[in-house]
Design a protein around this ligand. Structure first.
Ligand code: ATP
Length: 214
């Protein structure tokens, strides 16, 4: 983990921690943990353990008890769409509802980020139907960053990518996290990836328990 932090200029910073407070949903939980500002926590556990459900509850996509805090703001204090802009979820499978890539960006993506993930500006005119799975995953990630979320919830964000693009996405997340001091919760089945990106890890077992690991 020692060499993982790229240096980058400090931009706008929010520096708010993300705190999960006695969160339970369906028949799981309660879960409590904190991701500090500028920190990446890796979340792993067996398939079906409930990692995706946890992320969905954190952005109020499923019914739940307990709450989530971003700094001093409680999830239920602000309308769900606004909360989801502030706490950005990258789902394992991205959703696309318009014909063209560019129609899905509320703000234009940073051209430097587009280039780093292998795209030129013309990608904004591409049809969604022509995209490969990996292209969709990279573009969904860029769409998320373009909204400038104050916290990132990443559900297997590199599952469909080749080794070079995995490294680029990891690098971009860490730069964004560090320069804006956002908390990041990163779900992955790859222990080596979590070793590279995470400050510490949470293991979700089948008995609704989260174990903190170094
Ligand atoms: N709305 C729901 N209500 C109840 N159970 C659900 C609901 N959606 C999913 N599940 C179940 O909850 C379990 C946990 O699903 P989840 O997708 O969170 O697992 P996961 O840990 O993310 O797994 P994977 O690593 O395979 O992505 C699964 O058995 C799933 O079928």
């Amino acid at each position: 983990m020692a060499s993982r932090r790229p240096s980058s200029p400090r931009k706008e910073q929010w520096a708010a921690a993300l705190r999960v407070d006695e969160l339970s949903f369906h028949d799981r939980g309660p879960y409590s943990f904190t991701v500090e500002a500028g920190q990446c926590v890796g979340l792993h556990g067996a398939s079906g353990a409930g990692k995706t459900l946890l992320l969905r509850a954190m952005v109020d996509l499923d019914p739940h008890q307990g709450t989530v805090w971003l700094g001093d703001t409680r999830q239920e204090e602000i309308p769900a769409p606004r909360w989801r802009r502030r706490v950005g979820l990258l789902p394992a499978e991205s959703f696309w509802w318009y014909d063209l890539v560019g129609e899905h960006f509320s703000r234009p993506p940073a051209s430097e980020q587009l280039v780093r993930l292998g795209f030129g500006p013309e990608v904004l005119g591409w049809r969604i139907s022509r995209l490969s799975t990996g292209e969709k995953q990279r573009l969904a990630f860029l769409r998320l960053l373009a909204n400038r979320p104050e916290a990132l919830l990443l559900d297997e964000p590199t599952a469909s990518l080749d080794a070079a693009n995995i490294k680029r996405v990891e690098q971009l997340v860490l730069e964004y996290m560090q320069s804006r001091q956002v908390p990041v919760l990163w779900v992955s089945h790859d222990p080596e990836q979590l070793q590279r990106v995470a400050d510490w890890r949470l293991f979700m077992d089948g008995d609704s328990v989260l174990h903190r690991e170094a």
